[in-house]
Structures are given as C-alpha cells and as structure tokens.
Design a protein around this ligand. Structure first.
Ligand code: HEC
Length: 119
C-alpha cells in the first residue's frame, strides 16, 4: 500500500515535469524568439518603399522622434496596426503594407526590426 503511493507520486511528478518543459518551449517561440534577420528581409522588400524615406507620411525608420508616438503605445498595438492597417494623423498604413501574401510572423518580425532600428 505504501509503495503504491510513492510510485503514483513519482509518476505524477514526472508527468508534471515533462509537461512544464513543453510549455516553456511554446512560450519561447511565441514571444521572445523573433527572427530579426527575417524582419530585415521583409522590411527591405515590403516596407522600405515608404518607411525608408518617410513617403506618404510614413514614420521614417531610424528617426527616433517620428517613431516615439508609435513606440510609446507598445509593440502589440503596432503589430495589430500593421496587420490590419490603420489611418492615423500622419497618413494611411495599409494592411500588411499592402502585401496580403505576408504571413503574421513576417509582419511581426518586420515591426520588431523597425522598432530595433528606431528607438
Ligand atoms: C504605402 C506606404 C507604406 C508601406 C508600404 C508600409 N507602411 Fe507602415 N505606415 C505608413 C504610414 C503612412 C504610416 C503612418 C500612419 C499614421 O500614423 O498616421 C505607417 C505606420 C506604420 C507603423 C506605426 C503603427 C502605429 O501603431 O503607429 C508601423 C509599425 C508600420 N507602419 C509598419 C509597417 C510594416 C511592417 C510594413 C511592411 C510590411 C509597412 N509598414 C509598410 C505607410 C506604409
């Protein structure tokens, strides 16, 4: 009877431990592991046309002052605006920069790249 208890306890602990490991892996992928190299590539092909020179009112990448307002509201809002598009005081940011073929992670990586260059 006693032995039984310990075996069950051991198995439960093992199960919990492996379960937690899996969760950690997923969390890493979701939040902290953004591929900045991918972001730079996407940015160069799809976003630079407007954001390199500040065309059509776009905040210019690398210009801290022009990005302060956007960055202050937080990266999640910036990503949401980039995915769905939005109209602000400066002009119109088209959804996914007007490139519907870009995946969510492409756009997310590009936004992280811009922020890294502009803060
Ligand atoms: C056709 C021109 C154009 C292209 C292409 C474009 N943008 Fe923009 N973007 C704008 C303009 C204009 C604004 C400013 C809107 C405002 O604040 O009034 C803007 C704003 C933004 C913002 C700030 C959002 C906020 O919440 O303030 C982000 C982030 C952004 N763009 C990311 C991107 C990314 C990533 C790409 C490429 C996938 C891209 N843009 C391509 C014109 C463009």
């Amino acid at each position: 009877m006693r032995l039984h208890f310990w075996i069950i306890l051991f198995c439960t602990t093992l199960l919990l431990a492996t379960g937690c490991d899996k969760n950690d892996g997923v969390a890493d992928q979701g939040s902290s592991k953004v591929d900045l190299a991918q972001g730079e590539k996407v940015y160069g092909q799809r976003c630079a046309a407007c954001h390199d020179r500040g065309l059509a009112g776009a905040p210019q990448t690398g210009n801290k002052r022009e990005w302060t307002t956007a960055i202050t509201q937080g990266i999640d809002v910036m990503i949401e605006h980039s995915l769905n598009g939005y109209k602000g005081q400066r002009g119109l940011m088209p959804a996914r920069g007007g490139h519907a073929d870009l995946s969510d992670s492409d756009v997310t990586a590009a936004v992280h790249y811009i922020v890294q260059k502009s803060r």
